[in-house]
Design a protein around this ligand. Structure first.
Ligand code: NAP
Length: 554
């Protein structure tokens, strides 16, 4: 596979890295700013991507080169890799080592990453532990300067990171660019926020004592992230953790490892020291098993499905780790009869179809008051017909493919379950003519709580429209789920806005808007949608411990 990418001259070296990751089988072609193409072979690198990324647990690109030189196979067919510090890794044969990653839009192989396990995870944790004392000792201002540089590098490479993301995840390029900026914003925000980690003095209970409260970084933090936001879900955790003085071991989703590795490369270029941000790819249960049981790890921050979150929570019990969980949702999107219907349709398109319906805050159930049901359904259907499913790299694409075949099957099963129980397909309803993992943006009417789509996250481009009569009905329907992440409603009555906002059992309520994500506001859920908050001044607290100093003899 040949990949042609445009890069700024100063970004040549990251171009080499990204193409290294993107094209394991042949030398990529580069183009510079003036579009004068030239070949810059990076060598035949089959298998070496694994080695490169393996050593990324040490967060140092120079180690990659050394590991490459020090690779050999012993008599039992196992590979020996000598690391920069002289230690030897003995790992399985090359074919056992790799996770092959495909482009969801084309099915083409993008590249491979190493399938690492417990031993390497332990090494990464130990690297993070070694790095912790020096990193926490830096002043907040020193850490903030590095974070700011990291942010600047992300923004300088926004286009390239976006192409990489679209290639591995499928979302349209405009969305990828938006995500790069959103992801970078957490580095900038939390770098600044670290300067404001204030303690407290408390009026004492005794005349000769003083009470002081300080806040300290918690220590080594494990992060596990999903594929639907390959960069933002990482920086929303690693940003505050690193800004607070913690060190991080990250396991990105196997569907989207390359964005994470590019982020690690930029971290190094920004001056994040070795061992502060460690990325480890591979077998989820092995890596997760070590991250959750190793006593060096003080905190787990996880984003993903509720099912996996519960498992990890149980695994963390043996070492009583602090936990942040950002889990699944089942967002209601309520349209009251006094809503501005055009605004509600615009909000529904944003909330429901962004990332082809694969966000945890996607409207999963559209609850529409009887008086405006037909009008809203017609307007929504008209807007949905204008969406353009296509390879995310194609200009004008608004709907990329779903992430994998299982995702397509789930969407299909929700639609067939709903239609078998009386729902009607107003638009779409089947796999797209483009084939592969493309699915037609769909609107279903006459959906009821008896259907699977009412209870489970569809994670696809399907808007199911439910009827409701009164405000009380809408609230009861909206809260009738074990999830409690995002919710939305449209209406103009100020009294109702307050009543409904207060009655919704959700961590996030979007009122007359379908887009709620920003680094300055707290993101997170209640009930089985999670524990803790990310982003905002609250997000950094998740990575801090409170220490009470009681000073006597005064
Ligand atoms: P997932 O299957 O739970 O996977 C998420 C991450 O957990 C991946 O890195 C995965 O690794 C890892 N993992 C899976 N099993 C594991 C185990 N036994 N031990 C350790 N790690 C394990 O979820 P997903 O399908 O990728 O993501 C979609 C879900 O995430 C949806 O439910 C969505 O709502 C939720 N989400 C929530 C938020 C939020 O902020 N609340 C944001 C985004 C997504 P592999 O990739 O290697 O399997």
């Amino acid at each position: 596979m040949k990949i042609k990418v445009s890069f700024q001259p100063l970004q040549r070296s990251i171009a080499v890295l990204l193409c290294f990751l993107l094209s394991p089988l042949s030398a990529p072609t580069f183009a510079d700013d003036n579009n004068s193409s030239f070949d810059e072979p990076v060598g035949k690198i089959t298998g070496l991507v694994s080695i490169a990324t393996r050593n990324r647990t040490n967060s140092n690109i120079r180690d990659v080169v050394r590991a490459k030189d020090n690779l050999s196979t012993n008599t039992s067919g196992r590979m020996r890799i000598e690391l920069h510090d002289g230690s030897i890794l003995s790992v399985g044969s090359e074919s056992e080592l790799k996770i092959v990653k495909h482009n969801p839009a084309t099915g083409e192989t993008i590249g491979t990453v190493p399938r690492l396990g417990r031993a390497e995870t332990r090494q990464a944790i130990e690297a993070a532990e070694r790095a912790f004392p020096a990193w926490r000792k830096k002043t907040a201002k020193e850490r903030a300067a590095i974070m700011r540089h990291w942010f600047d590098l992300m923004m300088a490479n926004q286009e390239d990171l976006a192409k990489l993301m679209t290639t591995e995840q499928g979302k349209p390029l405009t969305e990828s660019k938006g995500e790069v900026a959103y992801a970078a914003s957490f580095l900038e925000w939390f770098g600044e926020e670290a300067k404001r980690i204030y303690g407290d003095t408390i009026p004492s209970h005794q005349a000769d004592k003083r009470i002081v409260v300080t806040k300290e970084p918690i220590g080594v933090v494990a992060c596990i992230t999903p594929w639907n936001f390959p960069l933002a879900m990482i920086t929303r955790k690693a940003g505050p953790a690193i800004a607070a003085g913690c060190t991080v071991v990250l396991k990105p989703a196997s569907q989207t490892p390359f964005s994470a590795l590019a982020l690690a490369e930029l971290a190094e270029r920004a001056g994040v020291p070795n061992g502060v941000f460690n990325v480890i790819t591979g077998a989820a249960s092995e890596i997760g098993g070590e991250l959750t049981s190793n006593p060096i790890v003080r905190k787990l921050s996880f984003t993903g499905s509720t099912e996996t979150g519960k498992l990890l929570m149980a695994q963390c019990a043996s070492t009583v780790k602090k936990l942040s969980l950002e889990l699944g949702g089942n967002a209601p999107f309520i349209v009251f009869d006094d809503a501005d219907l055009d605004a509600a349709v615009e909000g529904a398109i944003t909330s429901k179809y962004r990332n082809t319906g694969q966000t945890c805050v996607c409207a999963n159930r559209l609850l529409v008051q009887d008086a405006v049901y037909d009008a809203f359904a017609t307007k929504l259907a008209d807007a949905v017909k204008k969406l353009k499913p296509a390879n995310g790299l194609e200009p004008g694409a608004t709907q990329g493919p779903l992430i994998d075949d299982r995702a397509v099957e789930k969407v299909e099963s929700h639609i067939s379950d709903a239609t078998s129980k009386g729902a009607t397909v107003l638009v779409g309803g089947k796999r797209h003519a483009l084939g592969g993992r493309f699915f037609e943006p769909t609107v279903l009417t006459n959906v009821t709580p008896a259907m699977a789509i009412a209870r489970e996250e569809t994670f696809g481009p399907v808007a199911p429209l439910f009827h409701f009569k009164s405000e009380a009905d809408a609230i009861a329907l909206a809260n009738d789920t074990e999830f409690g992440l995002a919710s939305y409603f449209y209406g103009r009555d100020i009294g109702r806005i307050w009543r409904v906002a207060e009655a919704l059992e959700y961590g996030i309520v979007g009122i007359n808007t379908g887009l709620i994500s920003t680094e300055v506001a707290p993101f997170g859920g209640v009930k089985e949608s999670g524990i803790g908050r990310e982003g905002s001044k609250y997000g950094i607290e998740e990575f801090l411990e409170i220490k009470y100093l009681c000073i006597g003899g005064i």
